[in-house]
Design a protein around this ligand. Structure first.
Ligand SMILES: [Zn+2]
Ligand SMILES: [Zn+2]
Ligand SMILES: [Zn+2]
Length: 113
């Protein structure tokens, strides 16, 4: 399925066909509301409690730097990809961008029970 245009649960328009400004209040850079600018991983805004991302859209300068209330953990986990759960989460590190269907190996977390 494509995400050219859709309505977010909060009523905002999104999709890579939707032009918008960076959601940083002082930045007026033109972006679109495609997944490449999304802070988070689920374009429809629904996510599990411990997934990172505030669901706003930022230019490439502000995407990694916008005082996100739900910053990514970022610890390298399986496949050497950074963990995309929210910092301080409780379940094992996991990245949500890995291809579905590949089972992550179970690994005992070091040190902690
Ligand atoms: Zn910006
Ligand atoms: Zn954010
Ligand atoms: Zn993590």
């Amino acid at each position: 399925m494509g995400f050219v245009y859709y309505i977010l649960p909060d009523g905002r328009e999104a999709g890579y066909g939707v032009e918008a400004e960076c959601d940083d209040p002082e930045c007026h850079r033109r972006i679109d509301r495609g997944r490449g600018y999304l802070c988070g991983h689920n374009p429809l805004g629904s996510k599990e409690d411990d997934e990172a991302g505030c669901g706003n859209y930022f230019c490439h300068r502000h995407l990694p730097d916008h005082r996100c209330p739900l910053p990514e953990c970022g610890v390298r986990c399986d496949d050497e990809l950074p963990c995309s759960l929210v910092a301080g989460h409780h379940r094992p590190h996991r990245n949500t961008v890995a291809r579905p269907g590949r089972r992550p190996r179970r690994r005992a977390p070091p040190g902690h029970p």
